[in-house]
Structures are given as structure tokens and as C-alpha cells.
Design a protein around this ligand. Structure first.
Ligand code: FAQ
Length: 314
């Protein structure tokens, strides 16, 4: 088959909703696009452990601490599934991490905001995991098999994460006036950054065209953001919190809520590395990575030893 025929056959498979698997032929552009998105997704899961790790030693009860610990460990697992999915594209995990440290690979803007109070643990689970689920449920139907399968498993765990966050925020919202104020303050600070997780407007999203053609993305940034807004407003109402947007209004004609414009200057500033915590997050990741070198070396040495042993017994 010529390259052109291979490309036609590839697109036919995509159009027929068939999954592309690691050994299948794929255009370089598809491979690069996936490696970029999967790695930035993996980095988000891992960097996302930091804002929550900040509260682990200050959780108000033993139960809250155990639940938060389990949740943070799940995020590490999500990073692992995603790095493994990314490695099937021929890029090593080391290379992905190198790109993160060099600032060539991105991670979600939301994790560059500080978590100032315990209520933020509620807001992260409720809003950040809630937004992540909306995005990831859609990605369960992505065209690349290893990414789609990772998403199925991740979504099951994310729904537990969203519930743990909602439990924290609702307990505080229905608690004393001071607790309710903390919950409202967390919502005020996290609302717009959560909407930014879905990326720029479709008209300013350079990757969407190919992503939709190749069915890597199944819904656009704006469509997913709107879905998240529509479902989250009711959740806020149930616990008596107000979404910090005076222009939220049900639009009968569209069947969706209208909302205020998003501050895209703030978004790009954070994406470019100038958010409140960007430097802290990457510095911490580098330090942890360096300090873990001996663990990686020990694991490699052990695997080598086992291989030699097995070779000798054959
Ligand atoms: N932050 O052309 P588009 C989680 C970049 S997991 C930073 O629209 P695309 C779990 C984008 O990369 C959360 N950068 O790009 C958890 C591109 O730059 P590039 C992570 C962003 O890929 C919870 C440029 O802007 N989820 O939270 C952002 O078509 C709690 C132009 O944008 C995923 O990663 C942003 N928000 O659409 C963990 C889902 N938005 O790469 C711990 C998978 C855009 O060309 C605690 N990813 N950019 O240099 C996706 O679905 C997509 O990649 C989008 C962006 C929707 C994020």
C-alpha cells in the first residue's frame, strides 16, 4: 500500500468507529497529537496531587484523611495508566517527564492555583474532578484503544472523587455560618478556573480540527464546558451556594445556561507559566523526581537480577 492508501484506510477505520491499536499504521500527525494530549493529561493527574497533598496532614478527621489519601493515590494511578498508554506511541515515560520539566509539555491550568482552606478540598473534588469527568466520559470514545481503555477505568474512580468533594463542600455549606462562608469562598475562587480546564473557545483552539477529524476528541471544548456548567448549577443550588456569576441565566431557546465571558488573559497567563503556583508545582515535581532516582534504579537492578536468574534456570 502507498502512504496515501494507508492514510485513506486509516481514516476509514476511524469513520467506522474502529479503535486504532499500537501496532496499527497511523499517520505521524495522529501519533504526535495523541502523545501531546495523553502526556499533558498524565502530567495533570500527577501534578494535581500537589494541591490536595497540601491538606493531607491537616485533614479535620481520621476518616477525611483516609479518604483524601485514597483519592490522591488514585490520581497517581491515573498518571501511571496514562503514561503507559502514551508509551505505546513509542515515547518513553522519561522523555515525557523531561518535556514537563523543560516546560515543553503542559498540564492543566487548574493546578496552578493554591488550595487555601479545607473547603478547597471540597471544591477540587466537586468542581475539578467534576469537570474532569465530563471531559473524560467523552474521551472514553476516543479513537486510540489504549487511551480509551484507560479512560474507562479512570472515570469509574473519578466519580468517587467527585462525590468525596461534594460531601466535603456540602457538609461545610450546611454547617456553621463560618463554614458556609469558607465553602462559598472556595467556590468563588475555583469556579472560573474550573471552566478554563476545558481549554480555549472552539474558535481559538488550534488542535480541535484534527482532534475531531481523527476522533481523538469527541466533543468540542465549548460543548463540554457548557455541559459542566448546566449540571453543576443545580448541585450548587441544592446546598445553598451561589455560583459567582451574575449573568448565569437559563436560555430557553438554547436549552442551556448563558454565562459571563471567561477571562482568557488570565487563562493564557497561567498556561504560559505565570500562574500563582506554576513555578512551585514544577520545582516540587523535579525535586521528587530526583529524590526518587534511587527507587527507579533499584527497581531496574532488581528486574535485571530476575531476568538473569530466569535465563539461568531455562
Ligand atoms: N490547561 O487547541 P486546544 C484531572 C493548551 S485531569 C493547560 O484546545 P486541545 C484529574 C493545549 O494543551 C485534568 N493548557 O488543545 C484530577 C494547547 O497547547 P499545546 C486534565 C491547556 O488539546 C482532578 C493549547 O492550550 N485533563 O483534573 C488547557 O485540543 C483533581 C490550545 O488548546 C485532561 O488533560 C488547560 N486547561 O484541548 C487530578 C484531559 N486547555 O498542547 C488531581 C485531556 C488547553 O498545543 C486532582 N485533554 N490548553 O501546546 C484534553 O481533553 C484536551 O487536551 C484539552 C485541550 C481539552 C485540555
Amino acid at each position: 500500500m502507498t502512504e496515501n492508501e494507508k492514510e485513506v484506510h486509516f481514516q476509514e477505520k476511524i469513520d467506522l468507529e474502529m479503535k486504532i491499536e499500537p501496532k496499527d499504521w497511523m499517520p505521524e500527525g495522529y501519533k504526535d497529537h495523541l502523545a501531546r494530549q495523553i502526556s499533558q493529561h498524565a502530567h495533570s493527574e500527577v501534578i494535581g496531587m500537589q494541591p490536595e497533598g497540601n491538606w493531607l496532614l491537616r485533614a479535620p478527621t481520621l476518616r477525611a484523611k483516609a479518604v483524601l489519601m485514597a483519592k490522591i493515590q488514585d490520581e497517581a494511578g491515573h498518571g501511571l495508566y496514562l503514561y503507559a498508554a502514551g508509551e505505546t506511541l513509542g515515547v518513553s515515560r522519561n522523555e515525557f517527564i523531561h518535556q514537563l520539566h523543560e516546560g515543553k509539555a503542559k498540564y492543566s491550568s487548574i493546578f496552578n492555583y493554591p488550595t487555601l482552606t479545607w473547603a478547597d478540598m471540597g471544591a477540587v473534588g466537586w468542581l475539578v474532578d467534576g469537570a474532569a469527568i465530563v471531559n473524560q466520559v467523552s474521551l472514553q470514545r476516543t479513537s486510540y484503544g489504549p487511551y480509551a481503555r484507560a479512560m474507562v477505568r479512570i472515570c469509574i474512580e473519578e466519580s468517587f472523587h467527585q462525590r468525596q468533594g461534594y460531601e466535603i463542600i456540602s457538609t461545610m455549606a450546611l454547617g456553621s455560618p463560618e463554614q458556609k462562608q469558607m465553602a462559598q469562598d472556595a467556590l468563588n475562587r475555583m469556579w472560573f478556573p474550573s471552566l478554563m480546564m476545558f481549554g480555549p473557545h472552539d474558535s481559538d483552539s488550534p488542535n480541535t480540527g484534527n482532534a475531531m477529524k481523527w476522533k481523538i476528541k469527541r466533543d468540542s471544548n465549548d460543548a463540554l464546558r457548557q455541559k459542566f456548567i448546566d449540571k453543576t448549577i443545580q448541585q450548587a443550588e441544592v446546598i445553598g451556594l451561589s455560583i459567582p456569576d451574575p449573568n448565569l441565566k437559563w436560555n430557553e431557546e438554547k436549552g442551556h445556561y448563558d454565562h459571563s465571558p471567561i477571562d482568557w488573559d488570565e487563562f493564557w497567563n497561567v498556561v504560559k507559566g505565570n500562574g500563582p503556583c506554576n513555578k512551585q508545582r514544577v520545582t516540587h515535581h523535579k525535586k521528587a523526581h530526583d529524590e526518587g532516582l534511587w527507587v527507579r534504579e533499584a527497581a531496574i537492578a532488581y528486574a535485571e537480577k530476575q531476568r538473569t536468574k530466569e535465563a539461568q534456570t531455562v
